[in-house]
Ligand binder design. Structure first.
Ligand code: IMP
Ligand code: MG
Length: 183
């Protein structure tokens, strides 16, 4: 594969994550929050974000897989992937979220289908509040009108890896966010 190019450096990521953490700390002053990470891409972002938030907090995780015929990695890279929007829950949260402040943590908002589904499912359980924190956002790919509440960076329609994001399960451990060339 061609060489990966750094899009957002680890220093810029750290700075922005600290800003998001500060904002969350202010917005929920005096309250507690539950960070709910969407496996696996959000694991690294959640770990860093939670350490920048000075509030009583706990972690939980949710695992999903999308229905539809996922293209080969090469085709997903070329033209992205529009799933059916129907999401199968592989792992639910471990606790009741009723009356709790939930911060759903995702690596990237793309078509918005996954997040829209998850928000609807969790809102039905009547949390006190439900916010979406996403490290990255590709607004030009959106199919459903979804906005993140705490967004790290808006990026163009490029396929990115690193800091939790994968290409065919690889590169999640890269410290910088890099673009995979599409040629
Ligand atoms: P969507 O918003 O429902 O289309 O799906 C978002 C999910 O697609 C993310 O959680 C990622 O797993 C995956 N995804 C979208 N764009 C990228 C990318 O550029 N790199 C890696 N994964 C991506
Ligand atoms: Mg993925």
């Amino acid at each position: 594969m061609a060489e990966l190019k750094v899009l957002i450096s680890r220093q810029d990521v750290a700075k922005r994550v600290a800003e998001l953490g500060e904002q969350i700390t202010k917005d929920f002053a005096g309250q507690s929050v539950i960070f709910v990470g969407v496996l696996k891409g959000a694991a690294i972002f959640l770990a860093d974000l939670a350490r920048q938030v000075q509030l009583d907090s706990t972690f939980d995780f949710i695992g999903v897989s999308s229905y539809g015929n996922r293209p080969s990695p090469a085709n997903e890279l070329r033209s992205g992937w529009d799933s059916t929007g129907e999401v199968r829950l592989l792992k639910d949260v471990d606790q009741s979220i009723k009356e709790k402040n939930i911060i759903l943590v995702e690596d990237i908002l793309d078509t918005g289908l996954t997040m829209t589904y998850l928000k609807k499912m969790l809102l039905a359980r009547q949390p006190r509040s439900l916010k979406v924190a996403a490290l990255l956002d590709k607004p030009s790919r959106r199919k459903l009108p979804l906005e993140g509440d705490y967004v790290g960076f808006k990026i163009p329609d490029e396929f990115v890896v690193g800091y939790g994001l994968d290409y065919a399960e690889k590169y999640r451990n890269l410290p910088d966010i890099c673009v995979v060339p599409r040629e």
